[in-house]
Design a protein around this ligand. Structure first.
Ligand SMILES: *Cc1c(COP(=O)(O)O)cnc(C)c1O
Length: 385
């Protein structure tokens, strides 16, 4: 069996043709494809505005800036996420405060967040960044209530969950990134994510003011919309540097690839759920899988995580069989960069316990039945020999 990674992109001939077309056109960056990608994305997610950027990390950075994070501002997030989720707070000078995960969902535990908020005067914490980890949607209705009570904003890091959703207390479904509850949401188009374009990201929001601010910050902080110009100047070439922004633009070339990929997003998600169902059914009765879950509605299955007492041995065994499972994630509070701020082993028992056992096994739409059977049999073999 040739190498099977935990996740991988799927680039079709149609994708390639869409890129070639742009390469032969007049505009490689800031052409018509950016706006077209943004529009298609708003339709897929069901949100008013989308701002395409150079990657998911840039998306997080711009969100922190747009919400005004500044030196000393405290922002709460989960230790079980990719580094960028927390780093964006640091980029803007703020302080990261971690809270433990719920061991049943692996998501930021709202009760732990509430404990933090309740223990300090209102205004101590400026925002919360929940993550739809592995593709499982956070209950943002509950987080919104809490955030409103304590005057916090919410950035939903939904890199793992395009097409995912949660169901609110009235039975209404809310897609990840819909902006129904969070001020801002961010996506990544890194090759292991659902929509793969190499490097790319997207911010979604229903807030018009934040939308214009993000567009400006994406292009150096330069304002070009005449109605938003501050100085009294109507020269036809006039533009205005209003804030210190960045060049975080996506190229037209990659936007074209994004449009093409987005057309297959639904189909890819369907296949991910199918793969998850099969894993669930097979592992359901296995004593060596620590935790069993049925299909969770709204889960976008970016990752399929199993937990085992013999995680390291399994990881190594799978490598010898050409299956490249991966660990997501090493808790952020234990990283030297964050431990310098005083975080240490023992701070978050649920996150640390999860990390001891977790393993993400292959999960991507082009995983064939033959490959998935091979993965399943290899895991079963490991435990039975
Ligand atoms: C991938 C990812 C990011 C960063 O996205 P990039 O496009 O790689 O910069 C941020 N948060 C989470 C949860 C991710 O999975």
């Amino acid at each position: 069996m040739k190498q099977i990674p935990y996740g991988r992109q799927n680039i079709t001939d149609e994708d390639i043709q869409s890129v070639v077309k742009v390469l032969k056109s007049d505009l490689l960056t800031q052409g018509p494809k950016i706006a077209e990608f943004e529009k298609a994305f708003t339709e897929y997610i069901g949100v008013k505005y989308a701002v395409a950027v150079s990657n998911g990390t840039a998306a997080l950075h711009l969100c922190a800036l747009a919400l005004g994070v500044k030196e000393g501002d405290k922002v709460i997030t989960t230790p079980i996420t990719f580094s960028a989720t927390a780093n964006c707070v640091r980029y803007a000078g703020g302080d990261v405060v971690f809270a433990d995960i719920d061991p049943n969902t692996y998501l930021l535990d709202i009760n732990e967040v509430e404990k933090l908020l309740a223990a300090s005067p209102k205004g101590t914490y400026k925002g919360i960044i929940p993550v739809d980890f592995a593709g499982r949607a956070v209950d943002l209705e509950a987080f919104r209530k809490l955030a409103d009570k304590y005057g916090c904003w919410i950035i939903e890091d939904t890199c793992h969950a395009p097409g995912g959703y949660f169901t609110d207390s009235k039975g209404i479904k809310h897609k990840c990134g819909s902006g129904d509850f969070a001020e801002l949401a961010i996506f990544s188009f890194h090759p292991v994510k659902h929509i793969a374009i190499g490097e790319g990201g997207m911010i979604t929001t229903n807030n018009e003011e934040l939308y214009h601010k993000l567009r400006m910050l994406r292009t150096h902080g330069i304002q070009q919309r005449t109605e938003l110009i501050k100085n009294n100047n109507s020269d036809p070439w006039y533009y205005e540097l209003q804030e210190l922004g960045f060049n975080y633009r996506l190229t037209d070339v990659l936007a074209a690839l994004g449009i093409s990929q987005l057309k297959r997003a639904k189909e890819g998600l369907k296949r991910r759920i199918e793969i998850a169902e099969k894993y669930n059914n097979i592992f359901k009765n296995k004593p060596y899988i620590k935790r069993h879950s049925g299909i969770i509605s709204g889960h976008a299955y970016h990752l399929y995580v199993i937990e085992s007492e013999k995680r390291k041995e399994l990881y190594e065994y799978l490598r010898t069989k050409n299956i490249y499972a991966q660990v997501h994630y090493i808790p952020l509070h234990l990283m030297p960069y964050y431990s310098q701020y005083g975080w240490k082993l023992g701070d978050f028992p649920n996150a640390e316990n999860y990390y001891k056992h977790c393993l993400s096994i292959p999960m991507f739409p082009t995983l064939t039945d033959v490959q998935q059977n091979y993965v399943i049999n290899t895991i079963n073999d490991f435990f039975t020999v």
